[in-house]
Design a protein around this ligand. Structure first.
Ligand code: DSN
Length: 437
């Protein structure tokens, strides 16, 4: 029976993989990995442990791992133009936990964006921030701008004098107003933390704001969204002040937040894969980021022209990979996301800034990300077709099963990975059979 269960799971993974190959995956936090990065994930590194930093390990057996980690760290420094990079966090939330451990103590007050304004769940009072015993005071949000209200946020920061001011979001349409708030942040002496999980690949590709050059002290992120690598996290920094010793002290605190703060082993197989993804982004990132933003704008415009209420209209809908659509008139976010899934269009229902944050399961919006469609080769003209398929389900109420046939036919031409070594030659949705039944 147990072998049958194992084979059943294996079969489900195969079916899942085929489904995604035949779908339009538009969850804004996902992507597909390159063939060389994928190759390194199914190696002996998966079986091993390393704790600490290269040359300062608590385990033997890390002769090659040390070299891999050093190269990965150097690639991260080069890509993000910084002397401070830690590639050990195993997810974006894990990186956030490390920063919270390093920069805050229970009882502290920090400031950050509201959940319904797109903040990540780890900054909620029921997430990592609250569980650290830290209180987050939320910035006022401007729905027209789809961004923080700069004047009211400055006023709030002056009043609260937070130990840490958090920026960055999981629905991140436009750059955070860091430059605009720099004076007030300096005035109150806040440590400035930026959660760049969603836009990391755009930042590295030169297509979004550059937080480390705008006054941010520490950036956390995940490495599998617009930075299309393995599922992990990363921390980069520009420590405060001019004094090198103080900078080193700040960075040491962050690194101790990572280990032993929130991780033991740091998943060596995906770290090696990350090295490949960083190297690929150094080579292809600018082109990829540029196409992502073009595609997001094209999709937003096409949906808008079909009569959808796409948020951020005043500012051209988006400057990132994400668009946000109010589908209340079409039956609400949940109805639309569920029906789109039946048509093989995968996205998530999402709170909008004017939704009640206590009712996250039936919000008015859907969130659409184009980073994966871009990665498999789609450009602006394909976005028109994607908008059409979405409209048929969400607005025209065509049976999703009928639309699914057209999605499957359309996706057949977009199943290879691009913007990587071996560009366009390798499958984006492979299943590697290692076991003979
Ligand atoms: N919750 C994920 C997202 O979809 O934005 C990030 O962790």
């Amino acid at each position: 029976m147990s072998m049958e269960d194992a084979l059943r799971v294996r079969e489900l993974v195969k079916q899942h993989t085929k489904w995604f190959e035949e779908s339009l995956p538009m969850i804004a936090s996902e992507n597909v990995i390159s063939p060389m990065a994928m190759e390194l994930m199914i190696t002996d590194l998966h079986n091993r442990y390393a704790e600490g930093l290269p040359g300062k390990r608590y385990y033997q057996g890390n002769i090659y791992v040390d070299q891999i980690e050093e190269i990965t760290t150097e690639l991260a420094k080069k890509l993000f133009k910084t002397d401070y990079a830690d590639v050990r966090p195993i997810s974006g939330t894990n990186a956030n936990q490390a920063v919270l451990f390093a920069l805050t103590s229970p009882g502290d007050v920090i400031t950050g964006p509201p959940l319904e304004g797109g903040a990540h769940i780890s900054s909620a009072k029921f997430g990592a921030v609250g569980m650290r015993g830290v209180t987050k005071i939320e910035y006022p949000f401007d729905v027209e701008e789809m961004n923080l209200d700069v004047d009211l946020t400055a006023k709030l920061i002056r009043q609260v004098k937070p130990k840490v001011a958090l920026f960055g979001r999981s629905v991140f349409l436009f750059p955070a107003p860091i430059k605009e708030l720099k004076d007030v942040l300096d005035e109150v002496g806040a440590r400035v933390w930026y959660d760049g999980a969603h836009v990391l690949g755009l930042i590295a590709g030169g297509k979004f704001q550059d937080p480390l050059r705008e006054g941010v002290h520490v950036v956390t992120g995940s490495t599998h969204k617009t930075l299309p690598g393995p599922q992990r996290g990363i921390i980069i920094a520009n420590p405060p002040g001019e004094d090198e010793e103080k900078k080193a002290k700040f960075w040491k605190k962050i690194q101790r937040g990572v280990f032993p703060g929130v991780i033991s082993n740091h998943h060596l197989h995906t770290m090696a894969a990350l090295a490949v993804s960083l190297a690929e982004h150094i080579e292809f990132g600018a082109k990829y980021a540029d196409q992502i933003v073009r595609n997001a704008k094209a999709l937003a415009q096409a949906l808008y022209e079909y009569g959808f209420k796409v948020l951020g209209e005043k500012r051209g809908f988006t400057e990132s990979h994400t668009i946000l659509v109010d589908v209340k008139e079409q039956g609400g976010g949940r109805r639309v996301a569920v029906d789109l899934e039946k048509a093989n269009i995968i996205c998530n229902f999402n709170l909008l800034p004017y939704d009640d944050p206590r009712k996250p399961m039936n919000p008015s919006g859907i969130r659409l990300g184009v980073q994966e469609l871009t990665r498999v080769g789609m450009k602006e003209s394909e976005m028109q077709h994607v908008a059409d398929l979405i409209k048929r389900v969400a607005m025209d109420n065509e049976p999703p099963e009928k639309v699914r046939e057209d999605v499957i036919a359309f996706k057949k031409d977009y199943t290879k990975v691009h913007y990587c070594f071996g560009d366009g030659e390798y499958p984006a949705y492979p299943f590697y059979e290692l076991f003979r039944v």
